[in-house]
Design a protein around this ligand. Structure first.
Ligand code: GLC
Length: 472
C-alpha cells in the first residue's frame, strides 16, 4: 500500500465537533465559500442531451469501495478521526470483489425499474475502482480484487439497456498534492475545518502542488472518459475549493469534448447540468432537471448493523414525490466488500420493481403533475398533456377529490385495472371555475404501495387558476 500517511492529529474538541457535523453531509457554507451558483450556470449545448435523464425517473446509486468492509463510513472515517488513515486503508486487504457479478446487479436494477445506475469509481479516500495508471491506490494494485471493476460494471449495464453513471470525487484526501492550497478568503475566516490536514495545508500554501493535483485530477477523468464513455458523471467533493481554483468551466468543456452527450451533475461549482438535492425532497421543484439522491437505509456504504431500511411503500412515495415535480430519484445501496448485496436491499429493490413496472406509464417519460392544491396526493402528466396520473397513497374513506380541471374527463381507470366512475359537483361557470371531480375508488382496486388513477382528458390539460371576477 503506497498511500501517503499523514501524521494523525488530535483535533481540539471544537474542531472535532465541527468535523463530525461536517461528516454527516457537505461542509456548512461550502457553496458560499466556493462562490458557486445554486442553479447550473451552463445549459447543455444540445437540448436533447438530457432527454433520457429527464425521462428516466429512477436510478440506482452504488457506494462500493474499501470502506465496504463495514468498520466505519466511506472516507469520512479517517477524515473525521474515527480511525487512522492506516487503519482505514487496511480495509483494502479484504476488498476481494469475489462475489462481484455486475450482470446480476444490472438485472436487479432493471427489475427495480431503474433506467440508469451510478457507481463510485473513486470516493474521497482516493481509492479508484479502475486500474488507474496515475496512482497505486486502485483495485488492481491495492487490493485482492486485482482487476478493473469499472469496465465490467459499464458493460453489464449497457447489456441490460441501462445508462452508465460514474461517481467521481474531485477532492482526494489521500493524494499528497491535494491539501496544498486554501480557498479564497480562508485565512480571514479561520473556520475549524481548515485545521483538517486531509483537506487543507497546515503550513504554507503550495500552488505548484495544486497544479500537479489538477493535472492528476484531469488525468484520471481522461482515463474514465476515454475508456468507459459514461453517459453521466456524478461528481462530489467540490466544496473545499472555489470553482475558479478547480477551473470547473474548463473541466466542463474538457468532459463535453470527450463525450459530447455526457450528462454532468451540478457538483462542479454549478457548471453541471442538473441539481442534486441530497437526503431531502425539495418542497418546491428546483429549476431545470434534478435528481434526489437518498440512501436505502441510513448509510451510503455497507453497514451491517444499519437495519433502518425504508419500506417499499416509503420508497414508492419518495419516487412519486420526485415524479410529481419532474425529478428523478437516485436510490443508494451499499454492497459488501465481496460485491454481494444484503437481502434487505434486494427485497426493497424487488418490491419497488413490482410497483414501477405496473405503473410504468405514469412514471417514465412523464412531466411534472399538478401544482399544490388541485389534488391531495401526487401526480404526473403525459407528454401530450392529455392524461393525468394521480398517485393516491391511502385507503379511500369516500370519493376522492380532484379540483381545478377545466377539461371534460373522457375516461378514468386504475392504471392497468378497472374503470372508475366519477361525478362533478358544483363549479361557477361565470368565473370559469370548474366543480370538484369526485372519484369513486373501490377498496378492492387499491394498490398496497400507491394506487395510480389514470384520468384521460378531452384535450390538453386546462387548469383553472384564480377566478376572473369582473368588478363594475
Ligand atoms: C454525502 C456523503 C458522501 C456521499 C455523498 C453522496 O456527501 O458525505 O460520503 O458520497 O453524500 O451524495
Amino acid at each position: 500500500m503506497s498511500a501517503r500517511t499523514l501524521p494523525y492529529r488530535l483535533f481540539t474538541g471544537l474542531a472535532l465537533a465541527g468535523l463530525v457535523a461536517i461528516g454527516a453531509g457537505r461542509l456548512p457554507g461550502a457553496e458560499a465559500a466556493a462562490g458557486a451558483p445554486s442553479v447550473p450556470a451552463n445549459a447543455p449545448a444540445e437540448p436533447d442531451t438530457l432527454q433520457w435523464f429527464r425521462d428516466a425517473r429512477l436510478g440506482i446509486f452504488i457506494h462500493w469501495g474499501i470502506y465496504s468492509e463495514d468498520k466505519n463510513s466511506e472516507s469520512w472515517a479517517f477524515h473525521d478521526g474515527a480511525m487512522s488513515h492506516d487503519e482505514y486503508f487496511a480495509q483494502a486487504k479484504t476488498f476481494t470483489a469475489a462475489n462481484y457479478h455486475p450482470e446480476q446487479w444490472a438485472a436487479l436494477f432493471k427489475e427495480a425499474g431503474a433506467r440508469y445506475a451510478v457507481l463510485t469509481s473513486k470516493h474521497h479516500d482516493g481509492f479508484a475502482l479502475w486500474d488507474t495508471k496515475l496512482s497505486k491506490l486502485n483495485a488492481v494494485d491495492g487490493s485482492p480484487a486485482g482487476r478493473d471493476l469499472v469496465g465490467p460494471f459499464c458493460e453489464a449495464l449497457r447489456q441490460a439497456g441501462l445508462k452508465v453513471g460514474l461517481y467521481f470525487s474531485h477532492l482526494d484526501w489521500s493524494h499528497p498534492d491535494y491539501a496544498s492550497i486554501l480557498p479564497p478568503g480562508a485565512k480571514a475566516q479561520r473556520r475549524p475545518e481548515y485545521s483538517n490536514p486531509w483537506g487543507y495545508p497546515q503550513g504554507p500554501e503550495n500552488p505548484e502542488a495544486w497544479e500537479r493535483f489538477l493535472a492528476f485530477h484531469r488525468g484520471q477523468l481522461r482515463e474514465l472518459g476515454t475508456r468507459y464513455h459514461p453517459d453521466l458523471f456524478w461528481f462530489d467533493g467540490d466544496w473545499e475549493r472555489s470553482a475558479e481554483q478547480w477551473r470547473f468551466k474548463e473541466l466542463r468543456e474538457l468532459l463535453k469534448a470527450m463525450n459530447p452527450k455526457v450528462v454532468l451533475n451540478s457538483r462542479m461549482g454549478g457548471y453541471g447540468d442538473y441539481e442534486t438535492p441530497e437526503q431531502y425532497i425539495p418542497l418546491v421543484a428546483p429549476k431545470g432537471p434534478w435528481e434526489f439522491c437518498v440512501t436505502i437505509n441510513d448509510s451510503w456504504g455497507y453497514q451491517q448493523k444499519d437495519h433502518d431500511y425504508k419500506s417499499v411503500r416509503q420508497v414508492v412515495r419518495l419516487l412519486a414525490e420526485c415524479a410529481n415535480m419532474g425529478g428523478n430519484m437516485l436510490l443508494d445501496i451499499g454492497p459488501k466488500n465481496d460485491g454481494s448485496l444484503q437481502p434487505e436491499q434486494v427485497a426493497v429493490l424487488k418490491g419497488l420493481g413490482r410497483w414501477t413496472h405496473q405503473q410504468a406509464r405514469a412514471l417514465y417519460g412523464t412531466t411534472a403533475g399538478l401544482p399544490p392544491g388541485y389534488f391531495f396526493g401526487t401526480s404526473t402528466l403525459s407528454k401530450d398533456r392529455q392524461t393525468l396520473y394521480l398517485f393516491y397513497f391511502d385507503k379511500p374513506m369516500g370519493p376522492i377529490a380532484l379540483k381545478g380541471i377545466r377539461n371534460q374527463v373522457r375516461q378514468m381507470s386504475v392504471l392497468g385495472g378497472p374503470s372508475l366512475t366519477w361525478k362533478v359537483n358544483g363549479g361557477a361557470a361565470w368565473v370559469k371555475m370548474p366543480g370538484v371531480i369526485w372519484i369513486d375508488l373501490p377498496e378492492t382496486a387499491v394498490d398496497p404501495d400507491a394506487t395510480v388513477i389514470k384520468v384521460e382528458l378531452e384535450g390538453p390539460l386546462d387548469l383553472a387558476t384564480a377566478p376572473k371576477v369582473e368588478l363594475p
